[in-house]
Each structure stands twice: as structure tokens, then as C-alpha cells.
Design a protein around this ligand. Structure first.
Ligand code: PLP
Ligand code: COI
Length: 337
């Protein structure tokens, strides 16, 4: 039996019963196995340790109001990990292996899937690392694919409450033709210093701008950015942001609600014309933004202390689909049986 206080869970690591492992060796993937160990033993010259051959994913499983467990769009995470693996010369994981590992990890940790509408969910963290030993800068010939999971609460302690962001110009998360569109550890390492500084200065995270002109919004910490005005959902088009599955889903929901959708450059100046702005991602879901301060000019863009009506509608609709309360018209959920 569990003795978990679901409503007070943070977004953090939580030990569960089982995780999945699969090794790529001698030119082929081995068997998918499950272990209770939280540890990985590897060669000290593994390429993930030296040359950043590391990629991960993040997706959630929800217990619905009907008691069924739903995984949200795991096929999209599988595709993104495949693209990421190709992007940094790692052995890609085929979609069926990815999904099988995720489904099995959810099933084996079923007692950790939070109850419906508790505000918590089971977060799955697939991980792909180069384990082959190399000292020259080149791709490994051995890889390990892992999927672990744990129950999580809201990413920002505010939950679905507006948060404050800070625009930074003295840091970039990713280069325009770099690895920003891939979910690789290096991008997160590049964001740690500025992210911590933003926290220390009283913000949830920073907003990164395009690295060349420092004029357009790129990404909101570890989440995508969107703004709403004139019945239009606007989100940055950029070669250095992670294509968010949440953002992709919200664009579809906005269209379903009869809104227009624009993927284009969004300048910092344009911020003052938005009715609502928010960050979105698997972990953050939708985090409405109350205030954005330009760290350099000190200019403040304010959006009110309450979540706006469109963000609220989008949030309720997305959560409703994930928890089986609203019809899943686009077949996004995979029911875990
Ligand atoms: N941007 C970054 C840098 C992220 O780490 C994430 C999280 O995965 C996102 C955006 C949101 O992507 P998704 O909605 O697929 O979780
Ligand atoms: C997300 O899932 O939205 C994230 O950004 C995950 C983060 C913890 C890396």
C-alpha cells in the first residue's frame, strides 16, 4: 500500500518499483529488461560522460476519472527521441521499443499512478546514453536506453497560478544552428547558471532570446512560450527551441476552439500587445505568466495576477483530455491495459 500525500508532491525524483533497461551492443538492441536497481554501472570512458552523448524525454501518465491509465502522446516523444538520437549520432530507439518500455514501466509501477484529479501524475523519464568507451571525439558503439518513472506534482510551486519570468540577454540556451531542437543534456547544462540566477533574483525562470539579434523570444526556461491576442495563439518560430509536444497539442486545441494559430518571430516589444502569455511543457503544462522583466532595461511587461480566460480554457481542455473527462478527438491518449 502507498502512503503518498498526492496533493503535496513536488516535481522531483521519487523511487518507484521498476525501471526498464535495454542495451545496444554488437550492432543490435538486446532484450528489454526490468530492474529495481536505481543505479547504472558504466565504463569511465563512456561517451555520455565526456562528449555529451545523452538524450532524454519526459511524458506523463494520468489516471482518468474512469479508472483507466492514459499515457499522453508517447508516439510523439518516441519520434522526438529518434530525431534527437540521429542529431547527436546516437543509436536511435525504434518507436515500438520506446512505447513498450513506457507502457511496461507504467504497469509495473501502477501503485504510483496518482488518483484522478489529484493534480499529480506519473512522470516518465526515458533516457538514452552512449555507454561505449571512446577517448577520441566520436560516437559510441554501445548505448543504453532506460525508462524510469515517478509520481510528480506541479513543476512550478505555483501550480496553475501565474509566475514571473526574466528576459536575459547575457546568456543563450542554444545556438541558432546548434542542438536547441534536440532534447540533449548539454542544453540544460547551458541553462543552469542563468536559471539559478533568475531563481535567486525572484523569478521562476528566464526567457531566452534569439542568439543573433537578441530581439525575438526563443524559449521560456525549459518550456515553450506562447501569447494570446485577437483570438490568435502566437508561438515563436525558431531553429533553437525544442519542439514541444504540449505546444503542438495546444495549437490544435486553439484551432478546435476557433482561434487562429501563428508560428512566427515574436519580438520582445510585441509582448506589450498580448492579452495573455504563458509557458508550456509536459512538466509545466500551462504556466500563465503574470510578469516579464527585461533584466537589462528593467522594463516590465504585466499580464495580471490571475490566469486569463484563454489559458484557463486551454488548460482545462488539455487536462480534461488527459484525464478522460473530455473526448480525445485526436486520439492522443494511449490507454495502458
Ligand atoms: N522546451 C524545453 C527546453 C523543454 O525541456 C521542454 C520539455 O520537454 C519543453 C520545451 C516542452 O516540451 P514538451 O511539451 O514536449 O514537454
Ligand atoms: C518539461 O517536461 O516540460 C520539461 O521541461 C522537463 C524538464 C524537467 C527538463
Amino acid at each position: 500500500m502507498n502512503d503518498i500525500n498526492w496533493s503535496s508532491l513536488p516535481f522531483g525524483y521519487y523511487k518507484t518499483d521498476w525501471n526498464a533497461r535495454c542495451y545496444f551492443k554488437n550492432g543490435k538492441w538486446g532484450e528489454l529488461t526490468f530492474t529495481q536497481s536505481e543505479e547504472i554501472t558504466m565504463h569511465m570512458a563512456a561517451t555520455c560522460l565526456h562528449y555529451g552523448q545523452e538524450a532524454f524525454e519526459g511524458l506523463k501518465a494520468f489516471r482518468g476519472v474512469d479508472g483507466k491509465i492514459r499515457l499522453f502522446r508517447p508516439d510523439e516523444n518516441a519520434k522526438r527521441l529518434y530525431r534527437t538520437a540521429k542529431g547527436i549520432m546516437m543509436q536511435p530507439v525504434e518507436e515500438d521499443l520506446f512505447i513498450k518500455a513506457c507502457v511496461e514501466v507504467v504497469k509495473r509501477n501502477e501503485r504510483f499512478v496518482p488518483p484522478a484529479s489529484s493534480g499529480a501524475s506519473l512522470y516518465l523519464r526515458p533516457l538514452l546514453i552512449g555507454t561505449g568507451a571512446e577517448v577520441g571525439v566520436k560516437p559510441a558503439d554501445e548505448y543504453l536506453f532506460v525508462v524510469f518513472a515517478g509520481p510528480v506534482g506541479p513543476y512550478f510551486k505555483e501550480g496553475f497560478r501565474p509566475v514571473k519570468f526574466q528576459i536575459v540577454k547575457d546568456f543563450d540556451r542554444a545556438a541558432p544552428l546548434g542542438t536547441g531542437t534536440f532534447k540533449v543534456g548539454g542544453n540544460y547544462a547551458a541553462s543552469l547558471y542563468s536559471g539559478q540566477r533568475a531563481h535567486d533574483e525572484g523569478y521562476s525562470n528566464c526567457i531566452y532570446l534569439d542568439a543573433i539579434e537578441k530581439k525575438y523570444i526563443d524559449e521560456a526556461g525549459a518550456a515553450n512560450f506562447f501569447g494570446i491576442k485577437n483570438n490568435t495563439y502566437c508561438t515563436p518560430k525558431s531553429t533553437s527551441i525544442l519542439p514541444s509536444i504540449t505546444n503542438m497539442s495546444l495549437r490544435q486545441l486553439a484551432l478546435d476552439l476557433g482561434m487562429k494559430v501563428e508560428e512566427r518571430h515574436i519580438s520582445v516589444e510585441e509582448l506589450s500587445s498580448f492579452e495573455e502569455v504563458a509557458a508550456c511543457g509536459t512538466a509545466a503544462v500551462i504556466s500563465p505568466i503574470s510578469q516579464i522583466e527585461d533584466r537589462e532595461t528593467k522594463k516590465i511587461y504585466s499580464f495580471g495576477q490571475e490566469a486569463g480566460p484563454i489559458c484557463t480554457k486551454l488548460y482545462e481542455t488539455l487536462k480534461g483530455i488527459q484525464e478522460g473527462r473530455i473526448e480525445d478527438k485526436h486520439s492522443w491518449n494511449l490507454i495502458v491495459e
